[in-house]
Design a protein around this ligand. Structure first.
Ligand SMILES: [Ca+2]
Ligand SMILES: [Ca+2]
Length: 289
């Protein structure tokens, strides 16, 4: 298109360092959405440019700038706010993108108070996990589906906080496991269909614990004296006493001969009543005689 060397129209130019860098050519820039770049449009050393009916907004440093004697007629653009672009002297109350120049080499007056086309909003990232405390090697599910945008979220970047990430992926749900114990701040960045990325903080803290050691075999309970052993002990004492008694001692010794060793002890309890009965019987006889 005469008198221009280049026509740039109907593009979405988003999320770059410099959206359009024009050097030594005469350009006509129209009906573009130029947003979320650091610099929207920079003209270097070329004169007679025209830029009209563009939406130029939310470029972080400059919406438009001119360098090395470049000139541009930049009337009738929307700069992100009805108050126009910010220029420190020509329009200090402008709340839109910042413009450079001296007010003549970059002529932005008049500006549009309404956008020409669609104003894209930055996406908002929301990160959710199925659990925040896991063991080493245990799988964690990271879910970005609660993220929002005015348009569409097309890519996700999960940063796991352990030095690894998912790379940009179209999958909104991914799984990851941690190989070492510790506390990890996982985060999420999402990208919309304009290529614009979220800039809100979407983090989740994951605590990873060491696997517990194999459960040791239960310790044997301390030995409790068994009733039988106590009984045996009593019996031993009893036998010692009984041995000293005339006649009774003879019976004991007879029983021990009959069933040697502990067998005799087993007998004693059973035989105790018999022995006592014999003693009592003998005494009665003694009383009678
Ligand atoms: Ca003008
Ligand atoms: Ca968007």
């Amino acid at each position: 298109m005469y008198p221009f060397d280049v026509v740039i129209s109907r593009n979405i130019i988003s999320a770059n360092s410099i959206g359009i860098h024009i050097h030594a050519v005469r350009t006509y820039v129209t009906h573009n959405s130029i947003s979320y770049n650091e610099y929207g449009v920079i003209y270097v050393g070329s004169t007679g440019n025209v830029a009209s009916y563009n939406d130029i907004y939310r470029n972080s440093l400059y919406g438009m700038d001119v360098k090395e004697g470049a000139t541009v007629n930049a009337e009738h653009n929307y700069w992100g706010d009805p108050s126009g672009p910010y220029h420190p002297t020509v329009n200090p109350d402008g709340k839109g993108d910042t413009v450079g120049g001296n007010g003549e080499d970059l002529d932005f007056i008049p500006w549009l108070t309404e956008p020409v086309g669609h104003i894209n909003e930055r996406p908002f990232a929301v990160l959710e996990v199925d659990k925040t405390t896991v063991l080493v090697g245990e799988e964690v599910t990271f879910d970005a589906r609660a993220s929002t945008d005015d348009g569409e979220i097309v890519k996700y970047l999960f940063i796991f906080g352990d030095g690894t990430n998912s790379s940009w992926t179209t999958l909104p749900v991914v799984k990851h496991n941690y190989t070492a114990p510790g506390t990890y701040n996982a985060s999420l960045v999402v990208m919309d269909n304009f290529g614009v990325t979220s800039n809100n903080t979407a983090t989740v803290t994951i605590t990873v614990r060491t696997k517990p050691p194999e459960t040791p075999p239960p310790e044997a309970p301390p030995p409790t004296p068994s009733p039988i052993r106590i009984l045996t002990h009593i019996n031993e004492e009893l036998i010692r006493i009984l041995r000293g008694i005339p006649f009774v001692g003879d019976i004991i010794m007879f029983l021990e001969e009959l069933v040697p060793g502990y067998g005799a002890l087993a007998f004693t309890t059973t035989c105790l009543l018999i022995i006592i009965a014999l003693v009592v019987l003998r005494r009665r006889r003694g009383v009678r005689s």
